[in-house]
Design a protein around this ligand. Structure first.
Ligand SMILES: Nc1ncnc2c1ncn2[C@@H]1O[C@H](COP(=O)(O)OP(=O)(O)OP(=O)(O)O)[C@@H](O)[C@H]1O
Ligand SMILES: [Mg+2]
Length: 461
């Protein structure tokens, strides 16, 4: 078999090398103008309508079943390729589900025959990344048609589809609003039943949201702006985020579902001020909606403070926007945010759980483990565990349970006997002797002691 034709050529003879360097040293052009001009020349009898791809995903719209397209084949000649398609491997969103990932195609240049509602269009998709690398991708759809009105109608229909969420949630991350299917799925599993809070506070939180979204007319009647802001604050690991997710779930399942916009950071290639502008502009367009700012104190730094406050209560209307900000450090929040009711009207404190809540949380674990025949978990144990976890957050108690279950599963030597002969773990002495026979109790006391030691070290730093 003959080898591949890789004989070295001088750069002068190598077309690829030449093309690359000629291209890279050419003066800058505007691809959009070049393409539009060429299309007009090639199809003088057709109307040209141009639509940016990030707003109007024509191929996605067709792939969802609303239109169809076929590649226009090459007419011969081999000077240029007829399309530029990047193929890449897309890793699975969650490898753990056993999904191997797949092949994705990204069209940088392609021509198609596109059919929608019995109307045919010639479609060129062209990437025109003319600016610096930091500038976002400019990829346009060039639609050629006999009737520009039909193209406009297609753009509206496909644009609506592109803008809609399809089992996704809007997340602002890295300078863009993106659709997250992962967060959507995590919210689908969230429920208030798994959130242990003081019952009055839980009810107040839920009512606060529901009554806001249900009382637009009342606000109008009293001529007050229909907007609200609340803050969740308190030490880490006590339910701020899971309450937000449970509320997202509740709001998403109302008769008139309320969408959530979830802000992760203000990072943006155009600066945080632009990010804040983009965030509020989608929130206003989507309202009524639920707008989440996690870790408010780290988001709103001195340099963006005035932009943020301006968007929250400046001249533009925030009608129908319910904002939740969460923070561990209310004291570090700007007083303009924490102390001015018109911005954040109400604050809910999520403290470390008291004894009653710790017992309730242990009951939650008791239920979870009810089907497990290897683990005996009588009611008394709920109280016993709650008593030795004073000062723990829910997340720490959760960690104690998980570490304990792992130790038990590993069947380590340390759990093969009772704790009473194990010096140094004497917390058990205050509890019922019968408990000492339970492997869960024996082991969780050790894990609690280890965690407590870690907590104390952390606090003394
Ligand atoms: N009130 C609670 N009821 C039940 N489980 C809880 C509660 N609070 C925390 N947990 C458990 O701890 C985990 C972490 O909680 P969550 O993320 O809501 O904490 P957070 O208050 O948002 O903390 P941070 O301030 O660090 O963001 C949850 O996934 C859940 O398993
Ligand atoms: Mg959180």
């Amino acid at each position: 078999m003959a080898g591949l034709p890789i004989a070295p050529r001088s750069a002068k003879d190598d077309e690829v090398t030449q093309s690359f360097f000629e291209h890279s040293t050419a003066k800058r052009v505007n691809t959009d103008t070049v393409i539009a001009t060429a299309l007009k020349k090639q199809y003088p009898g057709l109307e040209l309508v141009i639509a940016p791809n990030w707003r109007v995903d024509l191929l996605g719209y067709a792939s969802a079943g609303f239109a169809s397209f076929t590649f226009i084949p090459d007419g011969g000649g081999d000077e240029f390729p007829s399309s530029l398609i990047w193929k890449s491997y897309v890793p699975p969103a969650r490898r753990i589900d056993g999904n191997p990932g797949g092949l994705a195609q990204d069209v940088a240049f392609g021509k198609f025959l596109y059919k929608w509602n019995n109307v045919e269009f010639i479609l060129y998709m062209v990437d025109g990344r003319d600016g610096t690398a930091a500038y976002p991708q400019v990829r346009n759809n060039y639609l050629l048609t006999v009737d520009a009105h039909k193209a406009d109608a297609l753009i509206v229909a496909a644009g609506q589809w592109t803008n809609d969420l399809h089992d996704e949630v809007w997340v602002f991350d890295g300078g863009f609003w993106q659709k997250s299917a992962e967060l959507y799925q995590s919210v689908a599993k969230a429920s208030w039943e798994a959130v242990i809070l003081d019952p009055d506070m839980k009810k107040a939180i839920i009512d606060d949201h529901l009554s806001f979204f249900g009382s637009r007319d009342t606000y109008a009647q009293f001529k007050v702006p229909w907007k609200r802001g609340i803050i969740y604050y308190g030490p880490p690991g006590n339910g701020k985020t899971i309450s937000i997710k449970a509320m997202m779930h509740t709001l998403g399942n109302l008769k008139d579902p309320v969408p959530t916009l979830y802000v992760r950071n203000f990072v943006s290639w155009a600066g945080p001020e632009a990010a804040i502008g983009q965030i509020f502009s989608l929130a206003r367009a989507t309202a009524p909606c639920y707008l989440i700012f996690e870790d408010l104190d780290s988001l709103v730094t001195d340099s963006v403070r005035s932009y943020f406050l301006n968007e929250i209560d400046g001249l533009k209307s925030n009608d129908g926007i319910f904002i939740v900000g969460s923070t561990n450090h209310l004291d570090r929040l700007d007083p303009g945010i924490s102390k001015r009711p018109s911005r954040f009207d109400r604050k809910y404190f999520f403290p470390d759980p008291d004894l009653v809540q710790r017992v309730a949380y242990c009951k939650f674990w008791q239920n979870k483990l009810a089907g497990n025949k290897d683990i005996e978990f009588p009611d008394e144990l709920c109280k016993a565990i709650a008593e030795i976890t004073d000062g723990f957050s829910f997340a720490y108690i959760q960690e104690a349970f998980i570490a304990t279950l792992l130790m038990i599963a590993r069947g380590t030597e340390s759990v093969s006997g009772a704790a009473s002969d194990d010096e140094g773990w004497d917390m058990a002495s205050s509890t019922d002797d019968d408990l000492e026979k339970l492997i869960l109790w024996v082991e969780i006391q050790k894990q609690v002691a280890i965690l407590r030691e870690g907590m104390e070290k952390h606090e003394s730093v």
